[in-house]
Write a protein that binds this ligand. Structure first.
Ligand SMILES: *Cc1c(COP(=O)(O)O)cnc(C)c1O
Length: 819
């Protein structure tokens, strides 16, 4: 049944003709010589044509209506494959499957041909992708602005258990079929040089940036297709192209580019995504990426504003700019520069616009992730921006003086400039000072932002600091990735739940219905089989779907504590071999995680898990009770197989360290039970599902802080707990690295001598005990099914549609516009 405007025109014969035309004219294959990959490309191109038409129509309609829009600025958009998702949004899945069938092709197989556009690291980039999906589904006018990296996040493989990174050329040689280049939107971006003063004809004094070089910004649009509506919004990704030969000559002149020459010669600013998650590396090329992104995006926002016939004075009325973390902070001084230097606006008028246009999302409290840039670097690369930052700070410190007269401590603490041997610009402080709203991403996190990170800012600017709890799109994370569950849900609560997730609450009344429980668990079993098949095909490991599938998938980071999970596995291993009274339900522990290439301990943890897996999976003494599977190259398309197959979701960060998490939400929506700490959005998930339907353990935020203050001693736990000691000591043996003891010692060393900064040992005993409760609960399948159904039923709060409505109502003041 064709239901909406985007699909009304669907004409199967015309679509097939379009596919064949692309196959022959775009990709130069005959129907005889075409590979499955070529068929996929041709099909995706034919579909992309439909959405490109709607993209332009949406653009025109919104311009004509002078609709207020949000501009979502993010250095990362981890969108995942588009074809299957867009087919669902367009309502064309069945139609296209049948059309392709008639062309002798299987749609499911073709969808597997698409490479993931991995233009993000993890949660932050995936959030941006879910938000674009929710903006389009609810028709809140929006443009996403990001970077068109030539290489996305590295691809991960394992060699003898160690992570190996290879470049991710996500576009292939043919280019990505969903993207369309927009040459008319090209921008020129300046870098380096100096600032000078000059007088205009009327004798007014102005500042002017004389750049050392320029680069071009090319716009590529990806269509964000609204679910079951006519809106298509652009995800606009900027690609940096080499400077023109004229500039190259200047570029060769050391006066202009000085020490930056090698970085620039290496090429293209948008060559590769920095692979760090929750860690600030502070490389000059990264600053250049950030500025390039901001300069192109600000210029494009102003272009759109004027193209729609609007005056610059009305910018804040019609546009808002959301900064996804501090990565695009330099957009603030960039807009100030344009308004003052190019529009010749006074400081106050420019500031009034800027401070009413920008809003900022804080994603972390981890000190190593809070960005600072050396003043010297900014001075060299962006001299005019440095002047503007100084002026913002100068005026801000006057406000601080008025609020706390004579208090230099508070000035030092709040200043945008951090004093020291090398003066640094604190990007988060610049954001809080210059925006009209600052939000954390879960209730607990936002409280900690106010209480621990920015208490004085909260006093100085009452109401500015706020919360918007993260969410995930139910279109990709239930409907697309879990068709079996989706059918069950639709049968019970109707088919519009993907855009009205409140309706899944209707499932709760079937939580005790035995027939429904069985169907729910049968779907889970099928999804476990799909994962087991993937593991058999790709890793040649045999798995039993009667085992508990216990899954931890997320970036590898000490604060996320994959090593706590590992210690538990080692404890089980030890008990199975040494305690004849010990019994456990068979369990498969899955991991998926990439480590930043420079993060040695994270890579050691991957190695250790792989080595333990090798041994455990082949040890007949364990009777198949324990398996460990580390899936390589964790990415969105693998996540789509893993989340639906989980019985248990591992969300075990040290309390206060995970800002929100979104993997936790995807698991629970798909009927997994969480074992988790009182951290991030786990806290709100517990509120929704109730204490009986989630397994909470570990220290609370305040207990963590207290323990640290009192002087935490990991040896206290090590000495007192023989099971913990056994698990830890296995890491020092050659049990998993025969003949080579010590290969896994770095982890033990870090936990004992390194002070265990994330309190792994302190939470170990409670973690083990809570896993025993899970084991017992799983043995009662009816009770388990009851809990699993309630998890799915009670997750509606965590739809990113709700997050976006919160932003629209409480921050952006944005109204939907029907297209
Ligand atoms: C959801 C998701 C994440 C975020 O997971 P967390 O557990 O919240 O850290 C990271 N990577 C991918 C591919 C995801 O889909």
């Amino acid at each position: 049944m064709i239901k909406n405007g985007q699909t009304q025109q669907f004409d199967k014969a015309a679509f097939k003709a379009a596919v064949e035309k692309h196959l022959t004219t775009t990709y130069a294959y005959t129907t005889e010589s075409a590979t499955p990959h070529a068929w996929y490309l041709a099909m995706a191109r034919a579909l992309a044509e439909i959405s490109t038409g709607n993209l332009l129509a949406t653009e025109q309609k919104l311009a004509k209506e002078k609709a207020r829009s949000v501009n979502y600025l993010s250095l990362e958009f981890l969108i995942g494959r588009l074809t299957g998702n867009n087919l669902i949004s367009l309502g064309l899945y069945e139609n296209v499957a049948s059309a392709m069938e008639e062309l002798g092709q299987n749609l499911t197989d073709l969808l597997e041909e698409e490479r993931d556009p991995a233009l993000g690291n993890g949660g932050l980039g995936r959030l941006a992708a879910c938000f674009m999906d929710s903006l389009a589904a609810q028709e809140y006018p929006a443009v996403g602005y990001g970077l068109h990296y030539e290489y996305g996040l590295f691809r991960q493989s394992f060699e003898q258990g160690r992570q190996v990174e290879t470049p991710d050329g996500w576009r292939g040689v043919e280019g990505y079929p969903w993207e369309v280049v927009r040459p008319e939107l090209t921008q020129t971006v300046s870098l380096y040089g100096y600032v000078e003063s000059y007088l205009d004809e009327d004798g007014n004094n102005y500042r002017r940036w004389v750049p050392g070089m320029t680069v071009d910004g090319i716009a590529w649009d990806l269509p964000i297709v609204g679910y079951d509506n006519n809106s298509v919004y652009p995800l606009r990704l900027w690609e940096c192209r080499s400077p023109a030969p004229f500039n190259l000559a200047r570029f060769n002149d050391g006066d202009y580019v000085g020490a930056q020459y090698p970085a620039l010669e290496a090429g293209n600013v948008t060559k590769v995504l920095y692979p760090n998650d929750n860690h600030d590396q502070g490389k000059a090329l990264r600053l250049m990426q950030q500025y390039f992104h901001c300069a192109c995006s600000i210029a494009d926002i102003l272009r759109r504003h004027h193209a729609a016939g609007n005056e610059i004075e009305d910018l804040a009325k019609l546009e808002t700019i959301q900064l996804n973390d501090t990565h695009p902070t330099i957009a603030i001084p960039e807009l100030m520069r344009v308004l003052i230097d190019e529009y010749k606006m006074g400081w106050e008028a420019a500031w009034a616009i800027c401070s009413q246009t920008f809003a900022y999302t804080n994603h972390t409290l981890l000190p190593e992730a809070l960005e600072t840039w050396s003043e010297a670097l900014i001075q060299q690369m962006l001299p005019r921006h440095m002047e503007i930052i100084f002026e913002i700070n100068h005026r801000f410190l006057k406000e601080v003086e008025a609020a706390w007269p004579g208090n230099n401590d508070v000035k030092r603490k709040l200043s945008i400039i951090q004093e020291g041997p090398q003066r640094m610009v604190r990007m988060a402080n610049l954001c809080v000072v210059s925006t009209y709203a600052v939000n954390g991403v879960a209730a607990l996190h936002s409280e900690l932002v106010k209480r621990d990170l920015f208490p004085e800012f909260n006093e100085l600017y009452p109401g500015r600091l706020t919360n918007v709890t993260n969410g995930v799109t139910p279109r990709r994370w239930i409907k697309y990735c879990n068709p079996g569950l989706s059918e069950l849900i639709s049968e019970k609560v109707g088919s519009d739940w993907p855009v009205h997730l409140e309706k899944i609450a209707g499932l709760a009344e079937f939580a005790d219905d035995e027939a429904f429980q069985q169907r729910f668990m049968a779907v889970k079993k099928q999804n476990k089989q799909r994962l087991a098949d993937w593991v058999k095909t790709n890793m040649d490991i045999d798995l039993d779907t009667n085992a508990i599938f216990d899954i931890q998938i997320k970036r590898l980071h000490e604060y996320k504590r994959q090593h706590l999970n590992l210690l538990h596995i080692l404890a089980l291993y030890h008990r199975l071999l040494n305690d004849p009274t010990f019994d456990m339900h068979p369990r498969v522990f899955f991991f998926g995680a990439k480590a930043a290439p420079g993060y040695a301990l994270a890579k050691d943890i991957i190695f250790a898990i792989n080595k333990v897996a090798e041994k455990v999976n082949n040890d007949p003494r364990l009777g198949g009770k324990l398996k460990v599977v580390f899936v390589p190259d964790y990415r969105v398309s693998l996540a789509e197989i893993l989340f639906p197959a989980a019985d248990v979701s591992e969300q075990i960060s040290t309390a206060g360290k995970e800002a929100s998490g979104t993997g936790n939400m995807k698991f629970a929506m798909n009927g997994a039970l969480t074992i988790g700490t009182m951290d991030g959005a786990n806290v709100e998930m517990r509120e929704e599902v109730g204490d009986d339907n989630i397994f909470i353990f570990g220290l609370l935020v305040d207990e963590v802080q207290k323990l640290k203050q009192e002087g935490y001693d990991p040896y206290r736990y090590y000495n007192a707990d023989s099971m913990l000691r056994a698990a830890m000591d296995l890491l020092d043996s050659d049990e998993f690295t025969p003949g080579q003891p010590g290969l896994l010692s770095a982890i033990r060393q870090n936990l004992l001598e390194g002070g265990d900064p994330y309190l792994v040992l302190a939470d170990f005993a409670d973690y083990v005990k809570t896993h025993e409760k899970i084991d017992a609960a799983y043995r009662d399948q009816k009770t388990w099914a009851h809990k699993a159904i309630l998890n799915t039923a009670l997750m509606s709060k965590f739809s990113s549609d709700r997050s976006i409505r919160d932003y629209a109502n409480n921050i952006w003041n944005l109204k939907p516009v029907k297209c």
